[in-house]
Design a protein around this ligand. Structure first.
Ligand code: HEM
Length: 147
């Protein structure tokens, strides 16, 4: 299993930004839906990432294998759309997405050279969205230095 598969599955289940919004400047028609000018549209990535229609019945399970054939083939094969948008999409897509992925891979590689770690039994799973999605009670880990 490759590290990007693990990072992508983390970003699917817990996208740091759970939504992005767009302001509709002029009346627009998308897929037969008319959107009047002035309307604010929230695009809920969190909902899309947790939709069983796109991800299957095991949608809530942590399964990096979903990304074994890349992002484009990660969500349900019956749909032609991609349902994975942790960095947004289109002209305003995150400028730092490649940097963020490289940074995460490098950070993890540097940590794993010197330490092993596991989740503390005191951890309580309570993701909450306060601007970004985060663990409400932190994520305490137990670290062991490799000899
Ligand atoms: C896991 C880490 C990150 C996530 C999940 C993330 C996610 C996002 C999302 C969802 C957007 C909005 C995209 C849209 O409106 O369609 C965004 C925009 C942006 N991000 Fe990130 N981001 C991350 C890291 C970074 C980093 C490290 C940088 C800079 C070094 C960065 C710079 C930006 C900038 C400049 C924009 C605004 C782009 C624009 O409006 O044209 N991001 N990001």
């Amino acid at each position: 299993m490759q590290v990007p598969m693990i990072l992508n599955e983390v970003l699917r289940l817990y996208p740091p930004l759970s939504s992005v919004f767009r302001h509709c400047e002029r009346e627009t028609n998308i897929g037969g839906i008319s959107i009047p000018a002035g309307v604010e549209i929230f695009l809920l990535m969190l909902s899309l990432h947790h939709d069983p229609e796109y991800w299957g019945d095991d949608v809530e399970e942590f399964n990096p294998e979903r990304f074994s054939e890349g992002v484009a083939k990660s969500s349900n094969k019956d749909h032609d759309q991609i349902a994975f948008y942790p960095f947004g999409w289109g002209p305003r897509i995150c400028l730092g997405q490649n940097f963020a992925m490289i940074e995460a891979k490098m950070g993890l590689a540097m940590i794993l050279q010197h330490f092993s770690f596991k989740l503390s039994p005191t951890y309580t799973h309570a993701p909450c969205s306060v601007i970004t999605l985060r663990p409400q009670h932190g994520a305490p880990i137990i670290v062991h230095q490799l000899l």
